[in-house]
Design a protein around this ligand. Structure first.
Ligand SMILES: [Zn+2]
Length: 595
């Protein structure tokens, strides 16, 4: 069932949700003139292309074309439907809203609403926390104090306990009238042999939130040695391990202000690090650093320090970090804790200063890889062995560069770095790299995944041009609507995307002749259509003399309009949007602004 909210409620929520704050939770925004700019999360962005306009309350990416208001940003970012985004922001702003009605929706009937899932997770979070204070959790409290975790940290990190009896959460959920389907969809319970049983049994529970503080999943550590040491929530619409970092919500501000982030492997490593004042530490959830992680971190940090478990960090881990560094164009450094200790144990034993020293001694990933590589050729420290190491090193850089779309300046920096490390002059490294890149390019096309380009068909010819001009003018000079509405109706527009844009625009301006663009966007549900509207607004604001332009456009509209008075209005189609997997449009997005 899809939710439907009334327009007044939607406007209220939009006004209570500052777009700079909401977008700022998902990426680091930097002030640029009257706007804020950051790395776009909707395409593979290497230079900041996403502009947020605080006055207009809209965003626009000049590379991929994504644009809209605060609702559309969340729809695209968190894969929500329009009503789900409304619900989510209402919750965030603390506004109580009731859906006006629910309408059946064929394509969403079976889908779990992410907001519902977050609610059931938040409930379970409280349940686990409450159980930690129970008599039966004495052994857990002992474990936590053994690990040096303070009661403040227990509060701050929502540490909890999943009871040992195996069906307590399921029973509590029943008492709280929580839908069984949601409970199982969240991976909190499972129906087995007719009985509903808990998924987490006698485990220390870590609550995993997203960057906005929403509970998206859990990690449970065994306390009796039964089963795996750690069990995580299954993948759901909210939770995907390869795109989640434990502690990012808590660490976000420290990462943003210091420009660097430290990545460790365990929950307790993060908690203890924060306890010792290292507030920019996050953890991967049982995976190594993925491209998704690096992409996410890059929106807040300039450099990443990865702490490898010194026992296992080998060539493979170094390769992975190097690839990410080149593909995401972010500085990655590598550090390891001595004697195979994890950061948690090390901090407790050696203290904050010693840990700070380890961080300060982190090595650039290129150097790290080179050292590991030399180590692997150790038995053969001959000229031939060294040459083989150099070849392998350059090959791995070429492979990583291939997918990284690296510009000339970055490339020059990388080559100089390599020259310094391996002691070969930059020119010959450059020549070797070129040879390998040429060979690689012949066999491999550009890696285009994750490229979404919002590009609509806005029609051709003079009639379509007149339609575009009218919308562009109204989006920038809404007071002219009185003149327009006497001469033109939305159904007169024959380009589907423009007709839909006109409909939203006319509906909004009919109520309020001064309505800003954010109001227009609030009655648009599809991100594709909002992107069209924002791009028309952009195109219009570079023009002037709106009154004269409008007169010309209306005259052209009347002249080129097909005489279809006797024909039925063509059936309204879904916007003809082509999400093409093609490179972002040419031109330097950095010379463009939105105001
Ligand atoms: Zn973009």
């Amino acid at each position: 069932m899809a939710l439907i909210f009334d327009q007044a409620a939607i406007s209220r929520i939009q006004q209570a949700s500052d777009i700079v704050e909401v977008v700022g939770e998902h990426l680091n925004l930097v002030k640029k003139g009257r706007e804020m700019v950051g790395l776009c999360p909707f395409h593979e962005d290497h230079r900041p292309s996403l502009y947020v306009n605080p006055t207009k309350q809209i965003f626009k990416c000049f590379a991929c074309g994504a644009g809209g208001d605060v609702f559309k940003f969340l729809q695209m970012r968190e894969n929500l439907s329009f009503p789900q985004a409304v619900e989510r922001l209402a919750q965030r702003a603390g506004i109580q809203i009731e859906p006006r009605k629910t309408a059946p929706s064929a394509d969403q009937a079976d889908d779990v609403n992410p907001n519902d899932l977050a609610r059931v997770n938040a409930w379970a979070d409280k349940f686990f926390q409450k159980n930690l204070h129970d008599e039966k959790a004495r052994h857990v409290a002992d474990y936590l104090s053994d690990r040096g975790i303070t009661s403040e940290s227990i509060e701050l990190w929502h540490i909890g306990f999943a009871p040992a009896n195996g069906a307590e959460l399921a029973a509590a959920a029943k008492r709280s009238r929580i839908d069984e389907q949601l409970l199982t969809a969240a991976g909190l319970a499972v129906r087995q042999a007719g009985a509903l049983t808990d998924k987490f049994v006698n485990r220390l529970m870590f609550t995993i939130t997203d960057v906005t503080g929403r509970v998206i999943g859990f990690g449970g550590r065994t306390l009796d040695g039964l089963g795996a040491k750690y069990v995580n929530s299954p993948t759901t619409v909210l939770f995907d391990k390869s795109n989640c970092l434990y502690g990012l919500g808590q660490a976000r501000h420290a990462i943003g202000s210091s420009g660097c982030v430290v990545v460790v492997e365990g929950y307790t490593d993060v908690i203890i690090a924060h306890q010792f004042g290292f507030n920019n530490v996050v953890a991967t959830l049982g995976t190594s650093l993925t491209e998704g992680h690096a992409r996410m971190l890059k929106r807040y940090a300039k450099s990443i320090t990865v702490i490898f478990d010194s026992d296992t960090a080998g060539i493979a881990a170094a390769n992975r970090a190097l690839e990410l560094c080149l593909a995401q164009q972010i500085d990655i450094k590598v550090a390891s804790v001595p004697q195979g200790k994890d950061p948690c144990d090390f901090l407790l034993a050696a203290g904050a200063d010693a840990f700070a020293q380890i961080l300060s001694q982190a090595v650039d990933v290129f150097e790290f890889k080179w050292e590991r590589l030399l180590g692997s050729f150790d038995a053969d420290r001959t000229i031939a062995g060294r040459k083989a190491a150099v070849n392998e090193f350059i090959q791995s850089i070429a492979t990583a560069m291939q997918s990284g779309n690296i510009g000339a300046i970055e490339r020059g920096i990388i080559i100089n770095r390599l020259a310094g490390i391996i002691g070969i002059d930059a020119a010959s490294i450059n020549a070797q790299l070129n040879r390998r890149l040429r060979a690689a390019r012949r066999t491999e096309a550009y890696n285009l995944k994750n490229q979404k380009v919002f590009k609509a068909d806005l029609g051709q010819g003079l009639f379509a041009a007149a339609q575009r001009e009218i919308i562009e003018i109204l989006l920038n000079e809404p007071a002219l609507f009185e003149i327009v509405q006497r001469k033109v109706k939305p159904q007169d527009f024959d380009v589907p995307a423009l007709r839909q844009a006109a409909r939203a625009l006319f509906d909004t301006l009919a109520d309020n002749h001064q309505a800003p663009i954010a109001h227009v966007l609030a009655c648009v549900e599809e991100p594709e259509l909002s992107s069209v509207i924002v791009s028309l607004q952009q195109a219009g604001q570079e023009k002037d003399n709106f009154q004269k332009r409008l007169d010309d456009a209306l005259a052209a509209f009347a002249r080129h309009r097909p005489d279809n008075a006797n024909q039925p209005t063509p059936k309204l189609q879904k916007v003809d949007i082509r999400r093409l997997a093609e490179r972002a449009q040419k031109g330097n997005p950095h010379t463009l602004g939105m105001t």
